[in-house]
Design a protein around this ligand. Structure first.
Ligand code: ADP
Ligand code: MG
Length: 682
């Protein structure tokens, strides 16, 4: 058989069946996989001058043994071997734990090389590696790989070395010269060598740089191809709205649109007018005025003869949206209806009938909208709010209730730009980055739990002005029961505290929807002044008279989520406050609380959140949709990501990419993802 990279790893000397099974568990099947098993860090064996080494850094030094080693046993089987060593002009101490056999190997005046952690205060190295004589390492840098089962580090290094020596010449370049030259990237063969067998730091850096770009480019090519084919293969409808009627509607609004609102309205309208199907994400911080933007676009759709739908994640939110959209649109004889699972019996039947006959123009609701029984007469425009809460499947079902309707996804979770262009790479993105004028920034404070008394006094001061307050208790999925218990306790504590001065309500996920409804209505009507709640109030709820929010155990929330919660206050003209009760244990935790008190900008917080928690946690575990990269890091390599995205967009649009032999390897990769056959990435 001709040697090729797709051969099984068993072609490598030393890899038998058993090892092959272990490697397969690590997703390493072929020689190709083995060569692309990238190290996740490097062991640095360069000799260092102790003067430059920081406390707790890992170092390698060479020097002369200065004293007889002394060995002490303690506990069962535990030992400590200590020896003094002269490194340049420094006399330091070296300690080996549980390696008593080294005692006989170390002799005074001999040269040894030691690797370990440097304790600057005690001038001591806790060593984990030792070698008699000068450093004999083949390289100053050794790759460190993920291991499993019986595969050792030595083994893995050897396998990869053998694979590279025997099969390295078969490694093919997949990037065209033009790009390699433009960015001065290492070729694929050289980059693999530099990654696995670097001679110095720069080798690693250059190799990484190349693979980061390659990974991002491949990924962005997929996204951009998907976008192109979606446009070409599923032509949308042209929504020919009447501009002068639309202007009348905008003039009827109780306030002028902000510049940002105008800009995104124009972006959305131009998608609607065009013949391709809109697939757009609208991002805007809490309170930035997305609902009005939705209303304007729904107006445009309806007045050109289509129906519109708005899907939201909770009933409360559906009701609020229905109410505000009715207020805005019904004066223009547009029929707006609400459909949730609480709409039952005759009323439900009637709504469904009117919908299918086209008497209802706009339907607003929860998941109820995607049930089979719901059929539209002529659905042309679909909005989903808080889109990351809906699965891809639910979004698709809603979309298919029309014939290629235009789709707008709205989210109040500001998504860091880096994530937006990866996760939503195939979508167009509009951003409302401006708040309506006159909005007062929410004042946020961080208090320790022991300051609760003072916090409650502060709350009461607000209540005395006739305002209302939210008290939020965490809801962490692992133990809903405990969290509900917690909310119940806080509720009874506060009920006792405010006695008969103020009414305290309780809201949590274990209430049925009638109960929730009753609680929310009572709070809206100011029959209840303090609402103790789990995070179920997170989205949408709008009670402008509430000016105070206290968040228990705030360190348990992500920054973006805290920001979302905080957005429930600051909705009226009065100054609002948010108090974070938290005793974070870590520096990162403290930093998180601090930044909450410093900014009201959701985008700043989301970037920070991403930086502190990493992309995996950003959307929550369930359906992150975040691609995994082997070498690249979306946060730190964001410049490369943007570059790759621009390059990919240009390539996909050019005939060179589709025709020139230089791009064949990239085209083949693209083909293998199925994007070109119209398959979906998600
Ligand atoms: P969100 O983006 O969080 O959904 P909303 O659409 O609920 O925000 O708007 C928040 C509040 O701001 C609402 O009371 C709305 O009427 C008001 N609002 C929206 N746009 C403007 C504007 N251009 N000028 C003044 N107030 C506005
Ligand atoms: Mg909203």
């Amino acid at each position: 058989m001709n040697p090729n990279l797709n051969q099984s790893v068993t072609a490598i000397k030393g890899i038998g069946e058993e090892t092959a099974v272990t490697l397969a568990e690590m997703n390493i099947h072929s020689i190709h996989d083995l060569l692309e098993n990238f190290p996740y860090r490097y062991e640095d064996y360069r000799l260092r001058d102790l003067a430059d080494v920081k406390h707790e850094e890992k170092i390698t030094v060479e020097g002369k043994v200065h004293s007889e080693p002394s060995l002490v046993y303690y506990g069962r089987k535990k030992s400590r071997l200590t020896v003094r060593m002269l490194v340049d002009r420094y006399l330091i101490q070296v300690t080996f734990f549980n390696q008593p056999y080294l005692k006989n190997k170390i002799a005074v005046n001999e040269t040894i090389t030691v690797t370990g952690k440097w304790d600057q205060h005690r001038q001591l190295i806790t060593a984990n590696e030792m070698q008699i004589g000068s450093s004999m390492k083949a390289s100053n840098f050794e790759p460190v790989y993920t291991l499993r089962g019986n595969v050792t580090m030595k083994g893995m290094r050897k396998f990869i070395k053998l694979a590279f020596h025997q099969y390295g010449s078969l490694i093919e370049e997949n990037l065209p010269d033009a790009l390699l030259m433009k960015y001065k990237l290492l070729g694929r063969h050289d980059a693999l060598r530099a990654l696995h067998f670097p001679e110095n730091e720069d080798d690693v850096k250059q190799a990484r740089r190349r693979f980061v770009y390659e990974e991002f480019l491949s990924f962005q090519l997929k996204m951009q191809a998907l976008r192109k084919f979606e446009r070409e293969q599923s032509p949308g409808i042209k929504i020919n709205y009447d501009l002068s009627r639309l202007k009348d509607f905008i003039d009827s609004l109780p306030f002028p649109l902000t510049n940002a609102q105008k800009r995104v309205v124009n972006e959305i309208l131009s998608d609607m007018k065009s013949s391709y199907r809109m697939n757009r994400l609208l991002q805007g911080d809490v309170g930035s005025g997305k609902t009005v933007v939705a209303a304007v676009c729904l107006f445009a759709a309806v007045t050109s003869g289509y129906q519109g739908a708005l899907m939201v994640p909770t009933e409360i939110l559906a009701e609020q949206h229905a109410e505000s959209l009715k207020g805005l649109l019904e004066p223009f004889s547009i029929q707006v209806e609400l459909l949730t699972s609480s709409v039952k019996g005759k009323l439900r039947k009637e709504i469904l009938r009117k919908l299918s006959e086209g008497e209802i123009d706009i339907l607003i609701g929860t998941h109820a909208l995607i049930q089979d029984e719901v059929s539209f007469k002529k659905l042309g425009f679909v909005i989903t709010d808080e889109q990351h809460r809906f699965g891809v499947e639910q979004r698709r079902v809603l979309r298919e209730k029309g014939e290629n309707p235009d789709v707008l996804f709205m989210t109040a979770t500001p998504i860091p730009r880096t994530l937006a262009i990866t996760v939503f790479g195939e979508m167009d993105v509009s951003i409302i980055d401006e708040m309506p004028a006159g909005r007062k920034a929410i004042e946020t404070y961080w208090a320790k739990q022991e300051m609760l008394e003072r916090v409650l006094a502060f709350v009461e001061k607000e209540l005395r002005k006739g305002h209302q307050a939210y008290v939020i208790c965490p809801l962490i999925e692992e133990s809903e029961k405990l969290d509900v218990q917690n909310a119940i306790e806080v509720h009874s504590m506060l009920s006792f505290h405010f006695q008969n001065r103020y009414k305290v309500g309780l809201m949590h996920g274990r209430l049925n929807s009638d109960e929730k409804d009753a609680v929310m209505k009572a709070f809206s009507a100011n029959d209840v002044q303090v609402l103790v709640s789990t995070t179920v109030v997170e989205v949408g709820v709008n009670v402008p008279n509430a000016t105070m929010m206290v968040i228990y155990d705030a360190e348990r929330f992500g920054l973006s989520q805290l920001h979302q919660l905080r957005g429930r206050v600051g909705r009226g003209s009065d100054q609002s406050f948010c108090i974070l009760l938290a005793d974070p244990k870590t520096e990162v935790g403290k930093e998180r609380m601090k930044i909450m008190t410093e900014t009201n900008d959701g985008f700043v917080l989301s970037e920070k959140d991403l930086e502190l928690r990493g992309p995996g946690d950003f959307f929550g575990k369930k359906q992150s949709g975040i691609p995994e990269f082997k070498v690249a890091d979306m946060v730190h390599d964001y410049r490369a990501l943007e570059t790759a995205r621009n390059d990919a967009a240009m390539l996909i649009a050019s005939s060179t990419f589709w025709e020139s032999p230089e791009y064949e390897a990239l085209r083949r990769e693209l083909e293998s993802t199925g994007v070109l056959d119209g398959e979906k990435l998600d």
